[in-house]
Design a protein around this ligand. Structure first.
Ligand SMILES: [Zn+2]
Length: 166
């Protein structure tokens, strides 16, 4: 028996190639006008594995977004800041949570740390990593070997958290 085809929303227009997108947990196919429904079905069927993988990833991400409320997120940041300051003895001037676009966190020369509020969608480990990363910049204002060495002292498996934030 043939494998059942995944449900998708089809848009046909004057484009040259077929595109498959996953948006809000739905599969959207954009195809050239001259493609027949069976042609499109066939391409979608071939891409089924990729679609399923991306759908899973998509729902995981959505679930993650519901992980913490804003209040809980602030609490996670505050607790980790407190804990990491004690652990590292690196003291920032102040720590803020803001929506920033270019980084997960920043550390200014006057020792102010900003943590990106988009981290609300990420694991506690990733949040802790970003805070630790910025605290380590209080010691080294660069990404030198010494900087990573210092960071690794306090989080030996930091590479995992880094991967999550890619
Ligand atoms: Zn950095």
């Amino acid at each position: 028996m043939e494998k059942e085809i995944i449900e998708y929303k089809l848009f046909q227009s004057n484009i040259k190639n077929l595109y498959i997108q996953i948006k809000e947990g739905k599969v959207i196919v954009k195809a050239p006008k001259y493609f027949s429904k069976s042609q499109i079905d066939e391409i979608v069927r071939k891409k089924q594995k990729w679609i399923e993988k991306n759908l899973q990833h998509n729902t995981r991400k959505q679930q993650r977004e519901e992980n913490y409320t804003k209040q809980e997120f602030i609490q996670i940041v505050e607790e980790n800041v407190k804990d990491l300051i004690q652990l590292t003895n690196l003291k920032p001037n102040r720590v803020r949570i803001r929506d920033i676009h270019y980084a997960w966190g920043t550390c200014s020369s006057n020792r102010n740390i900003t943590i990106n509020q988009k981290l609300i969608c990420y694991s506690k480990k990733a949040i802790r990593y970003v805070i630790l990363h910025e605290l380590c910049h209080l010691e080294y204002m660069n990404h030198s070997g010494k900087f990573w060495e210092l960071l690794e002292t306090y989080m030996p498996d930091y590479k995992e958290a880094k991967k999550e934030l890619k």
